[in-house]
Design a protein around this ligand. Structure first.
Ligand code: CIZ
Ligand code: SF4
Length: 300
């Protein structure tokens, strides 16, 4: 039996489902039952009848799935698959910031730990961040942990006052405008699609700004043929599967998330076979973090 056949057999036997983030390696995207962004995947996990969820992504995503479906077994095939940006904010620092800004509402990007979500008023994703902040009555906003997404949201809502946590995604933050401009000179017809985790000077020269889901929709529905993609390489892999007629260029060769690439077919098989690593969270943290996620769902 091939590895793919073994994985599919075990999946059936255990009534398990494989979900994968768009930044996952292409072979994982191909075997997954559903591919999407962290929020789409969490919602899917909460609303199905599978007993076990194999979450191919990083820790904060598997945690969000567990928070929204606490009665299911949620498994992350690689326990060390973290998110450097999520790890840049800690609850002690956030509590300090809340004390200093008592009238501010705390908005946390979904790329954060369950503990940080438990300390926040409302969660957001890159698809809904502007709408979420608009839905809040407070004039003052503490935004954690992504300073780039926070600055982008602040630029769209000038009437509110923002305190931004100084976190960032290394994959997006290290993209330089020169790389994008060089590609644009080489491919003048290409449209530039950027994720809001990129720096403001990249967003300023982009034709489209959006989450992975929004970028996929933009490219697949556009009449244009060529695109410079300013986000993680997995989106290019995804587009090669769902929109093979489009030509895409990765904005910079190193836009590869090492954590997202920690899961491979062998680890996926082991995770199903040995049921590891099962996500367990403190009940109190889980309940408070669920409030943060549910307020997001209710707001948009
Ligand atoms: O929310 C997600 O899945 C991430 C990390 C990015 C995006 O834009 O989809
Ligand atoms: Fe975290 Fe960036 Fe990797 Fe996404 S691409 S998981 S934000 S480090």
């Amino acid at each position: 039996m091939t590895l793919v056949q073994k994985i599919n057999k075990l999946k059936k036997e255990k009534n398990a489902v494989i979900v994968a983030h768009t930044y996952q390696p292409i072979e994982i995207q191909k075997i997954a039952d559903i591919v999407g962004d962290s929020f789409q995947l969490s919602k899917f996990c909460a609303a199905n009848d599978y007993d076990t969820i194999i979450f191919c992504g990083v820790m904060f995503m598997a945690e969000s799935a567990k928070i929204l479906s606490p009665d299911k077994k949620v498994i992350l095939p690689e326990i060390d698959a973290g998110c450097p940006m999520a790890d840049m904010v800690d609850t002690a620092g956030l509590k300090r910031l809340k004390k200093e800004n008592p009238e501010a509402a705390v908005v946390c990007y979904i790329n954060s730990s369950a503990a940080v979500k438990a300390e926040s008023d409302i969660c957001c994703t890159s698809s809904n961040a502007v709408d979420i902040v608009m839905s809040i009555d407070n004039d003052k906003i503490i935004f954690v942990p992504d300073r780039n997404l926070g600055a982008y949201v602040a630029s769209q809502i000038p009437e509110k006052e923002f305190t931004l946590w100084d976190g960032y995604c290394p994959v997006h933050d290290e993209l330089r405008r020169e790389s994008v401009e060089k590609l644009k000179r080489e491919h003048p017809a290409a449209k530039i699609a950027a994720h809001p985790e990129c720096r403001g000077d990249i967003l300023a020269v982009s034709d489209f700004i959006g989450s992975t889901k929004a970028i996929l929709e933009y490219v697949t529905t556009s009449k244009e043929k060529e695109f410079i993609i300013a986000t993680e390489i997995g989106v290019i892999d995804r587009l090669s599967l769902i929109a093979p007629g489009k030509t895409t260029y990765l904005a910079q060769v190193d836009m590869i998330c090492a954590d997202m690439k920690k899961i491979d077919m062998e680890k996926l098989f082991i995770s199903l076979n040995e049921e590891k690593y099962i996500i367990e969270l403190d009940k109190d943290i889980m309940d408070r973090a669920r409030g943060c996620l549910e307020r997001m769902v209710a707001a948009v």
